[in-house]
Ligand binder design. Sequence first.
Ligand code: ADP
Ligand code: MG
Length: 391
Amino acid sequence: MSPRVLLFTGKGGVGKTTAAAATATLAARRGLKTLIVSTDTAHSLADALAVEPGEIAPGLHLRQVDTQKTLERHWGELRDYARGVLGELGLDEITSEEITVLPGAEELIALLELREHAREGRWDVIVVDCAPTAETLRLLALPEALDWHVSRLMPVGRKVLRLVSPFVRSVAHVSAPGEDVMNAGERFHRGLMEVRELLTGDHASVRLVLTPEAVVLAEARRTLTSLSLYGYRVDAVVANRVFPAGGADEWRAQWVAAQSRLLAEAEQSFAPLPIHVVPYLPAEPVGKDALAEVGAAMYGDADPFAPHSVEPPLRMSADELSLALPGAGREDVDLARKGDELIITAGPYRRILALPAALARRKISGAALRDGVLRVTWAAQPYDSGSESAT
Ligand SMILES: Nc1ncnc2c1ncn2[C@@H]1O[C@H](COP(=O)(O)OP(=O)(O)O)[C@@H](O)[C@H]1O
Ligand SMILES: [Mg+2]
């Protein structure tokens, strides 16, 4: 049985860690075997829960990734992988110091660990406290972007390798990564793809945390679009730090009014997603009891651990491809075709899709963005090389 995986993301400081910890606490109190992990390198989970990592309550386990230790464990594969891919791309080899400063590297390692936890088979629920929006996105897109490089590079390398013996190779200066390098690289790459499958699969969903502020809301909208672009399924929004109505003073009345305007806007933007509201508490919700209360307020009667019913954003049929891009306007979306690849751009984000053979052979007959869904249709005519472009 696959565990239910719940990811929490949002802008820095909005309450991701709080929402994640509250959800996990609630799960454990309902008797679900729960693991909470953080991919954010600012380890505030233990602070929020006011505990040390380990079994922190009956049925509730907190794991904190020790990046250094995990990096050492995965280092060989990472290095070989980077060497193989970068080498083929004509780039210089990367050093371990460089890889740790690569954006997202630490999170990536945390995600690789996540896959191992999911495999253990002992968890009903895995809650993931993610790093702030942009980082997480880049990272979540990474496996597929790498897949693109690898699927075009690795097979070539393999073929060359099979054709030429090591002796001929050294004489002819054929660049082919060694078999050992390839295996480590492929192993690592498979790990990344498994993480992606886990996080975009039927048992996983993302909860977008925000506070009712204009800047935060704008970013949350873009996050929803890009998560969908990459195939992740958002099943709810959490609106945190909402001032309770009441009280007589002007300052508070103004905040309450401004927030309720923004909440109404959020409801429009995110419909049909439910918005779970968490009040602005009189004190920081630290510790399991306070977090359990946040959890209860956040979900009310809704069951936060029930299977989600969000369709996969990307669907392909014999002559149509559709991709949900909620919140995207026509001016944000761009489509280009290069051979058997479709390159879809939404704002600053880009996804490269390898077309299945049946679609790759034929011409695109039309593309349109309507009601937040991009639809690309294929004609019967064969596709000749060169590139097509449409918006
Ligand atoms: N609803 C709330 N009411 C009062 N304080 C809150 C609330 N939600 C979060 N906080 C506090 O705000 C701070 C930031 O929250 P945190 O969950 O760490 O944000 P993030 O993980 O998004 O950076 C923490 O000190 C937390 O205890
Ligand atoms: Mg946090």
